[in-house]
Ligand binder design. Structure first.
Ligand code: ZN
Ligand code: ZN
Length: 283
């Protein structure tokens, strides 16, 4: 579908948009339900993205379960990737047809944003958690009813999402677009921790607990800078195999050892420089 094949019919919001299928959270703790929503046309500084892939982050699950309160009905999803189908007024950074990965939104203007720290944007909470734009308007409707999108500036558990020029990042066309969504949360969180916070360097040892998107992102960053050893820990053997493929020098299934600490000592005496916890659960 090209950008000109839709968007001529006004939606309930009174703007030209697109009918989309979304995974709706209607009740805390309930399974998401597929349903149709009208996604509005992109406003100033926004882009409409046809989603090609989206990761599932634990934060989405926390919102579904009410640990992280969101207004309902909501559309979650914040590791989306797709193709720009329409651009709003004033958008010069992106064009129709661009491949983009979506991350958290930020204002781009406050002291934190202009200082290179968009994750600490003054407007981070209202831009990412409140289900509306800053002016209180919503990007999705179902009939006459408002649906709360804008989750992390995207709500990408849908066939289409509204994002902004600040959180839609152009990616090369030749990359497998459907796999790039986790760059926007899990991978960048992990890689940023290893590269910018730990500032790990070649020859330093790291152990990584939990080998989902975050743990594997940390592992790839550690591998990229030459960490050694790199120990991956998980109960899931498929994940351990992926970790080995991605550069783990050793892997441990803690359920298979009676003395975990001794096992680590055996592998990495006299010790490791860094420990990275991506399990996200208590003991
Ligand atoms: Zn996330
Ligand atoms: Zn800001």
């Amino acid at each position: 579908m090209s950008a000109t094949e839709y968007g001529t019919e006004p939606t309930a919001s009174g703007t030209a948009g697109v009918r989309a299928t979304a995974a709706l959270l209607e009740e805390v703790g309930a399974p998401l339900k597929l349903g149709e929503v009208d996604v509005c046309a992109p406003a100033e500084g926004e882009v409409l993205v046809r989603m090609r892939g989206v990761g599932i982050c634990h934060t989405d699950i926390s919102a579904r379960d009410g640990i992280f309160p969101v207004p309902l009905p909501a559309v979650l999803g914040h590791e989306g990737s797709g193709v720009v189908e329409a651009v709003g007024p004033g958008v010069e950074e992106l064009r129709v047809g661009d491949h983009v990965a979506l991350s958290f939104d930020h204002c781009g203007e406050c002291l934190q944003c202009s200082g290179g720290h968009p994750a600490y944007c003054d407007a981070f909470a209202p831009l990412n958690y409140f289900g509306t734009r800053l002016d209180g308007s919503v990007t999705m409707h179902r009939g006459e009813d408002e649906v709360y999108g804008n989750w992390f500036g995207q709500s990408s558990f849908a066939t289409h999402a509204i994002a902004s020029v600040h959180n839609a990042v152009k990616v090369p066309d030749h990359l497998p677009l459907e796999l790039l969504g986790p760059l926007g949360c899990g991978f960048q969180t992990a890689a940023g921790s290893v590269l910018n916070v730990m500032e790990a360097t070649a020859g330093e040892g790291i152990i990584i607990f939990g080998l989902g998107a975050v743990g594997l992102g940390a592992l790839m960053a550690a591998k990229a800078v030459g960490c050694d050893p790199i120990i991956g820990v998980d109960l899931n053997h498929e994940r351990l195999a992926i970790a080995t493929d991605l550069g783990a020098t050793h892997t441990i299934d803690p359920s298979e050892t009676d003395d975990f600490l001794w096992k680590v000592q055996e592998l990495a005496a006299p010790g490791l420089h860094y420990s990275f916890d991506a399990v996200g659960a208590g003991p």
